[in-house]
Design a protein around this ligand. Structure first.
Ligand SMILES: C[S@@+](CC[C@H](N)C(=O)[O-])C[C@H]1O[C@@H](n2cnc3c(N)ncnc32)[C@H](O)[C@@H]1O
Ligand SMILES: [Zn+2]
Length: 292
């Protein structure tokens, strides 16, 4: 499934079990001690430290691990269960995976679903889906890999750009794009013909209470699917009541962190009324995108 970011030749399928990923052209990428692989050659970097900074990644890790976005993962997992025919060769790939929360949570849920199904049907077969992801921020990938090690997981995380994914053509069954940029052409290239793309974006009311504190006027932000191609649109809306530390983490992991001066930030943090969470999930099917 992986390919060399320099010459695009495929890596041996067993490369994930080696300490150094080497392609047929002898390009070599060492596995870091935390378990991730840096597949972003320095000549492809636009800045020294691309992607989200350390403080944003740490805030996101703490906030997400507290479970505030669990309903979002549940909605994605249920949709995958209902619509995607996954088997033991299936790969779920998170493009722009950050510190890996969604991969961890999704693996837990899909494995749970899987064992429930097998129990119900008394079928001993084991579906061994692979969970992998990339992010351009090394610090985020490092944390994703470290959490995977702590959980003794079998996920693979690489540093790479979502605009040049180190993945072979038609190698991915489910591609997740959760509040992160991707190249649509790359998504089309890497998805299997039966593959599914889940694109998660903030919906109109997402964190509207923060926006009211931060901006003079709040325009409803109406997202729309890529070229109107989505086969399904799901909405996930609920409220949360984080404490002040968690509100600060939430603020720090969003783009609003930059918009806010100290006084407005304090208003967001100290206002203890519930916060609206509002997501839109667009689901695209590779087979239908190719026809369109
Ligand atoms: C808002 S965060 C979302 C992270 C994660 N999907 C989540 O929801 O927790 C956006 C992520 O996209 C990453 N990113 C930005 N540009 C990227 C690129 N060109 N390729 C891969 N990742 C990128 C950032 O480093 C950051 O981790
Ligand atoms: Zn190579």
């Amino acid at each position: 499934m992986w390919q060399c970011p320099i010459c695009q030749s495929p890596f041996n399928p067993l490369v994930e079990h080696t300490a150094s990923w080497q392609c047929a052209e002898q390009h070599r990428f060492d596995v870091a001690k935390q378990g991730y692989v840096n597949l972003l050659p320095v000549q492809f970097k636009n800045s020294l430290d691309p992607g989200d900074n350390k403080a944003m990644v740490q805030s996101r890790e703490a906030f997400l691990n507290a479970g505030f976005y669990a309903p979002l993962v549940q909605a994605i997992a249920s949709d995958i269960q209902s619509h995607a025919a996954l088997d033991s060769n299936s790969v779920v790939f998170d493009a722009g995976c950050g510190e890996g929360y969604y991969l961890r949570a999704l693996q837990a849920l899909l494995t749970q679903f899987d064992s429930d199904c097998h129990q119900a049907s008394n079928d001993a077969g084991d579906i061994d889906i692979r969970f992998c992801g990339n992010d351009i921020a090394k610090n985020a990938v490092l944390r994703a890999a470290r959490q995977n090690q702590v959980l003794q997981g079998n996920q693979t995380h690489v540093v790479a750009s979502s605009f040049a994914l180190p993945l072979q053509d038609e190698s991915i069954d489910v591609l997740l794009q959760i509040f992160a940029p991707v190249s649509q052409a790359e998504v089309f290239r890497v998805l299997k013909p039966s593959g599914t793309w889940y694109q998660v974006v903030p919906n109109d009311n997402h964190l509207i209470e923060f926006k009211r504190h931060l901006y003079q006027s709040v325009n409803a932000h109406q997202p729309s699917p890529e070229d109107g191609l989505a086969v399904r649109e799901l909405t996930v809306s609920y409220t949360i009541s984080p404490n002040q530390i968690q509100r600060e983490q939430l603020l720090s992991m969003t783009p609003y962190a930059h918009a806010a001066n100290a006084e407005k930030r304090q208003r967001c943090i100290q206002d203890d009324s519930p916060l609206s969470i509002d997501f839109k999930i667009y689901v695209y099917q590779q087979s239908q995108m190719k026809e369109a």
